[in-house]
Design a protein around this ligand. Sequence first.
Ligand SMILES: Nc1ncnc2c1ncn2[C@@H]1O[C@H](COP(=O)(O)OP(=O)(O)OP(=O)(O)O)[C@@H](O)[C@H]1O
Ligand SMILES: [Mg+2]
Length: 474
Amino acid sequence: MTSILEGINSTADVTLSDDPLERVIGQQHAVSLVRSAVAQRRHILLCGAPGIGKSMLARAAYSLLPPPKEEIWLQRNPSQPDRPFVKATLVEAESCTNESPAEKPELTYIRPETLPFEIAAKMGYRCPACGAFSFPSQSVCMDCHGPKRSDWSEPASYHGLLRELSVISEPAQTSVTRIEGTYKLTYRRTFDDAIMVLHEREFDIETPQIENDDNRVLVSRDSSRFVHVSGSSPVELLGDVKHDPYGSAESLGMAAHLRVVPGAIHEAHEGILYVDEIASLGEYQKHLLTAMQDRKYPISGRNPNSSGAAVRVDDIPCDFQLFAACNVEDLPRIVPPLRSRIRGYGYEIMLNSTMSKSDQNMQDLVYFIAQTIEEDGRIPHLTTAAIESVIKVAEEMASRLDGQRTAFTLRLRELGGLVRIAGDIAVQDSEDLVLSEHVLKAETLSRGIGNGENLGHYPGRNREISKSYGDYFL
Ligand SMILES: Nc1ncnc2c1ncn2[C@@H]1O[C@H](COP(=O)(O)OP(=O)(O)OP(=O)(O)O)[C@@H](O)[C@H]1O
Ligand SMILES: [Mg+2]
């Protein structure tokens, strides 16, 4: 153990990664599958004991997603008020919050020779007739002596004359836009022989909508697209329409499009829908499956006695990536078509509840302790002796909870709890560092509460898990 702690005096000397996926300890297999799942937008089922990093993996995966491209809007339908229109509008990439400035297109300067021919002619760098180069300030081609603007040769109508007069003083446009692939490129003359190229956003972006009585945003670009669902409420999952005693009656009631409540499936559009304890969704798993297949799902009022039941909005986009979590014993309660969909278009991952006793894994535990302190922000760092004590507890937990004698636990929520209690005791003792004795006291304290069972340990059940399901994959 000493070799792992060589060169450090406390956890303050440990350098931590900023990559949220690298901060997940002991689940390398899951981490690499999650990385490829995010790249391919695949669904994931995470299975395993409590507190081993299921939610943490899903949140880390979200940080890898590009910013959303669409906002979802609802619009009043004057001819059928109970059937509001839905519209997905593209948002400007540069206004999205999680875009790093480095990803913004850079300005480039080019020389006139590299301009496309027609742009060079329009900007006055080339003669449209013979193609010779000259400065835009020269209105006549030095080679063929013709006018450099093709429209000068148009009949000299009154308008043509005016145009001619104005272009004589300024013979070329200073800025020309053209569409290339999905980009608008604007070439702007900065000085005579250099042109600035502005890579503009994708050109089919619409002008931003404005909320008013007729239009409202249902899922905005600023809302987090990581949506956590737990429990079995269909309203939370699929959305609803609020009741109004006057229904959608003009000028009395609240218009239908204003009463629609988005479901988690809609709020997670282009993001991640994290469903904890997926089996507890019961029959609504089938609705979830339909939404996953169709990538759009209607919202209607769920209470038949409410005026909301009369309202329905079809085809609301919900193109989410599902991260579902469950315990092993709940696997049979996941409806077969949903599991088959996840298997076919994603991954089922069994997370480890222990890791072998190697130097690398010991090192990872040290990272974990340092992470816990950084995230808590209120407790002092651990001395190396205190780190050793936590590592011993990790070993003891693997044996007690999972029947693994030469392993470390990965029930890291609990191990983190122990570190935090030890930190609090050190603070009470006015110590600058957490000492080994604080860790031992913390352990006795947590055991005193009920020998582990009351803290969410399920020894019998978890021994069964590790026996029947091997390391991580179903
Ligand atoms: N593999 C891990 N690596 C690093 N930290 C972890 C890991 N597992 C758990 N933790 C720590 O424990 C906390 C709780 O973990 P998390 O909420 O992800 O567990 P979970 O598997 O979702 O549990 P539950 O089944 O109760 O929802 C995390 O915020 C993190 O601090
Ligand atoms: Mg969780």
